[in-house]
Design a protein around this ligand. Structure first.
Ligand SMILES: Cc1cc2nc3c(=O)[nH]c(=O)nc-3n(C[C@H](O)[C@H](O)[C@H](O)COP(=O)(O)OP(=O)(O)OC[C@H]3O[C@@H](n4cnc5c(N)ncnc54)[C@H](O)[C@@H]3O)c2cc1C
Ligand SMILES: NC(=O)c1ccc[n+]([C@@H]2O[C@H](COP(=O)([O-])OP(=O)(O)OC[C@H]3O[C@@H](n4cnc5c(N)ncnc54)[C@H](OP(=O)(O)O)[C@@H]3O)[C@@H](O)[C@H]2O)c1
Length: 485
């Protein structure tokens, strides 16, 4: 592989922040650029009081359809009228949202959060912005700039073999035009997050229901504040972090009962719903009459409901990835996983491409391990195991997660999988590889591990949170420590 001297990072959220810092610390790369479509760093944690136009839902449809690639102008650079296209840039943060991972584990190892353990959404936002400036990586930031296309250059490209060409778009507020241009890099890091494009499952009759009752169905991404639902009759669909949080917030404002449709029981659910909440199973069908039929045969009539909020999560989206010119897709929606990766980070077929922050695991802290490993490998100070070993990792992961009916990129805490995962980065970038400049992966110390296992934001069944909104549980109590991530 030719030396990597220039790196583009797509996204200035938590993943982009740590990647920029890890690359800079190597003192090896000539050019680092962080392209961010928003006006500032912060990613998910930027709060948009205005959630934007209601989405046009396509129940069951996936990002390749709902977040399709943009048409690239045939000649570049160029300034042309602004592209009016739903790109899901606004974030899902709502007014009352607080973090759900204790600060000691959510922050990077070299800079603590302002306070903890669970903080309002503006704290991580300020933290990420400050992380760029305190590491002087803010000079790499290129904001208000969307990466519209990533194309692999041909191997015979004179200077950058076998690098990447990025097509970029920036709205110019003065001219009110979009400026399009291209830049080439030796390597690219995808730090574009995966909680932008909302997912609403297919349910028989849902399309027709939305046409019949415009504005009645929404996604949690557009929820901002519980008082907006004062005395409204609401059905919440979903029972993970968003479903739980919205149920807790709305039960104080909405008309009662507040219905919550759950496909699976939640970790924090007791045997009975909290006062004011009525549990429902999943919806079987929306009838043309407007009545909603649940799989247990119960019905909510059309005139009994004002709002239905789908808290059914998000799907990763890579609209900038030109699969045709890059030799295939990087994400398989059928399998819900990246194609050809090693430890959820490196791509076997694209050694100069990496992705940070995709697995559902310890968020910020594990991104730190990923970013450092990428920086060490790309600066030539370390290397990956053989291709055979990488293939075997992927195959074993596939077999294991299928056998246990888990998602490929969900890494659990309580069975030791997270520590095993972090160990893999340690093997790549840990002490034995220390040479020259650069960061090395931190130790996940006893205090951090204790916090992960013992400080809980969500009330344990039968247990009340203290006045700061969290509980400390004993080490021998049921853990399921990062189930909500
Ligand atoms: C509602 C909600 C609450 C959460 N709460 C917690 C929590 O309490 N604790 C926790 O640890 N985690 C939480 N998370 C997970 C959170 O997403 C991660 O903590 C983390 O912020 C992800 O960082 P990221 O940089 O990978 O992605 P993001 O924060 O999504 O950042 C990606 C960035 O890439 C930019 N981008 C995307 N595409 C392009 C493009 N084509 N061109 C240019 N820029 C682009 C985006 O604008 C964005 O700024 C929560 C997530 C959600 C949705
Ligand atoms: N800081 C906070 O307090 C906070 C608040 C909200 C969100 N978050 C974070 O935001 C991220 C996304 O969380 P999320 O809750 O929005 O999404 P999520 O964790 O992906 O959960 C999706 C929910 O939708 C349900 N679901 C999916 N497909 C369904 C279908 N076809 N029919 C019925 N139900 C279906 C799932 O049920 P199953 O469980 O059966 O799969 C699950 O309950 C997470 O990282 C989370 O930690 C954090």
């Amino acid at each position: 592989m030719a030396p990597i001297k220039s790196v583009a990072i797509i996204g200035a959220g938590a993943s982009g922040a740590i990647t920029a810092s890890a690359l800079a610390a190597e003192q090896y790369f000539d050019r680092i650029r962080v392209f961010e479509r928003r006006e500032t760093a912060g990613g998910t944690w930027i709060y948009d009081p205005d959630p934007g136009r209601p989405f046009k839902f396509s129940p069951g449809n996936l990002p390749p359809d709902v977040d399709a690639p943009s048409q690239i102008p045939s000649s570049l650079p160029i300034s042309i009228p602004h592209l009016e296209k739903e790109r899901y840039e606004k974030t899902p943060i709502y007014e009352s949202l607080t973090t759900n991972v204790p600060d000691i584990a959510m922050s990077y190892s070299d800079l603590p959060f302002a306070y903890g353990p669970f903080v309002p959404h503006w704290v991580p936002k300020q933290y990420i912005e400050n992380y760029f400036s305190s590491h002087r990586t803010d000079r790499y930031l290129v904001t208000n700039t969307t990466v519209e296309e990533v194309v692999k250059l041909k191997d015979d490209h004179a200077d950058y073999s076998p690098g990447w060409r990025l097509t970029l778009r920036r709205f110019n507020d003065v001219t009110q035009l979009d400026e399009w241009w291209q830049e080439d890099f030796d390597a690219v890091v995808l730090a574009n997050g995966h909680y932008s494009v909302p997912y609403v499952p297919h349910v028989t009759g849902l399309e027709g229901y939305m046409t019949k009752y415009p504005g009645r169905v929404m996604h949690s991404k557009q929820f901002r504040s519980a008082p907006d639902f004062k005395q409204k009759r609401v059905i919440i669909i979903g029972n993970s972090a968003s479903g739980q949080d919205l149920t807790t917030a709305l039960v104080r404002e909405a008309a009662l009962p507040l219905w919550q449709s759950r496909r699976s029981p939640g970790r924090w659910d007791g045997d009975n719903p909290p006062p004011g909440v009525e549990w429902k199973p999943i919806i079987k069908e929306y009838l043309p009459s407007g009545d909603i039929i649940f799989v247990d045969g119960t019905v909510i009539k059309s005139d009994e409901v004002d709002k239905i909020i789908y808290c059914t999560g998000y799907k990763p989206s890579f609209p900038f990835w030109n699969a045709q010119r890059n030799g295939g897709q990087i994400y398989d929606y059928g399998e819900s996983r990246l194609v050809g990766t090693y430890i959820h980070t490196f791509f076997r077929d694209h050694p100069t491409l990496a992705i940070i922050g995709l697995p559902r695991v310890l968020t910020f802290r594990s991104m730190e391990y990923q970013a450092i490993a990428v920086a060490r490998v790309w600066s030539g100070r370390s290397s990956l195991p053989s291709t055979e070993e990488q293939i075997s990792w992927e195959q074993n992961r596939d077999v294991l997660t299928k056998r246990e009916r888990r998602k490929f990129h969900d890494i659990t805490w309580d069975n030791g999988e997270t520590l095993e995962y972090l160990q893999a980065f340690f093997n790549i970038a840990g002490l034995p590889t220390l040479a020259g400049a650069g960061r090395y992966p931190p130790v996940l110390d006893a205090e951090t591990r204790w916090a992960i296992q013992n400080i809980k934001k969500y009330p344990e069944p039968g247990r009340k949170a203290d006045e700061d909104g969290y509980v400390i549980v004993g080490s021998n109590e049921v853990k399921d420590s990062l189930h909500f991530i």
